[in-house]
Design a protein around this ligand. Structure first.
Ligand code: MF3
Ligand code: CO
Ligand code: CO
Length: 257
């Protein structure tokens, strides 16, 4: 079911979003070689709880941690572990969902571990650009396919591929609501976007082929060709006119897209 949010509800999602932004900024600073993904999980979990919020990935369909930490060929849903030690040259995505005052927000970034190759830097940059192209298409009256097309075409123009097996989603009182927000699509197709809809736009971009599979741990999604992938996500609110509000990024600068 698609739920539309009123101004009061959006204000609560904004507060949750700004908290998540603070948490993710701190997590980004925390990332360095020789720490474990369990260390990042503990750091983020504590920050969220100290702020009076709930890390809602923990226990979600049995998920055992408060963050997803996905390295290199892991696209999403990497489970934090005290035996996974970050190494210089890797890229890691940290994907976190939290609930504050009953309202959920979801955001993810991909960051370098120490010094990384120019190819990986470009993958991270283009993945973020894919988000901005997708978000810019998320205006009142447009359709879901416009977002997917914007993401996919920017990825492909840069020689990458947009992962199809997983999608963005609506969000609100629940982490995952309708509509599904694919990172590929045809302009003018799909659900029409309306003021008050809150959705997560989350490009997952592969340096190689977009095909993925799940590991035996029941969660981690990796690329079939084991080429690296990056992930970038924000929770956004569709407005009556103009560009959407990025709820998980205060003072968003749209830049040139
Ligand atoms: N934050 C994820 C998303 O973007 C969901 C994570 S799955 C979980 O939709 F199991 F970790 F919760
Ligand atoms: Co997420
Ligand atoms: Co999401």
């Amino acid at each position: 079911m698609i739920t539309l949010k009123n101004e009061e509800q959006l204000a609560k999602m904004r507060s949750a979003g700004h908290l998540l932004h603070d948490v993710l900024c701190a997590a980004r600073e925390f990332i360095r070689p020789d720490i474990t993904t369990a260390d990042i999980n503990a750091f983020v979990d504590e920050k969220i709880r100290k702020a009076g919020a709930i890390p809602t990935e923990f226990g979600y369909e049995g998920y055992p941690a408060s963050i997803c930490a996905s390295i290199d060929d892991e696209v999403v849903h990497g489970i934090p572990s005290d035996v996974v030690i970050l190494k210089e040259g890797q890229i890691i995505s940290i994907d976190v969902t939290l609930m504050l005052d009953g309202w959920q927000v979801d955001s993810c970034f991909t960051a370098p571990v120490g010094k990384i190759s120019e190819e990986k830097q470009r993958l991270i940059r283009v993945t973020e650009e894919c988000f901005w192209h997708g978000a810019a298409a998320a205006v009142h009256g447009a359709r879901i396919g416009d977002i997917g097309y914007a993401v996919q075409s920017h990825a492909e123009k840069n020689g990458y591929n947009s992962v199809r097996a997983l999608t963005g989603h609506g969000i609100g009182r629940k982490m995952h609501e309708d509509p599904s927000v694919p990172n590929y699509g045809v302009p003018g197709r799909g659900v029409r976007l309306k003021q008050g809809m809150t959705i997560c736009v989350e490009p997952m971009i592969a340096m190689g082929h977009y095909a993925v599979h799940q590991l035996d741990d029941g969660w981690t999604i990796v690329t079939n060709d084991h080429m690296p992938a990056a992930h970038y996500e924000h929770t956004i609110a569709i407005r009556g006119d103009g560009l959407p509000e990025i709820l998980t990024l205060p003072n968003a600068k749209w830049g040139e897209i």
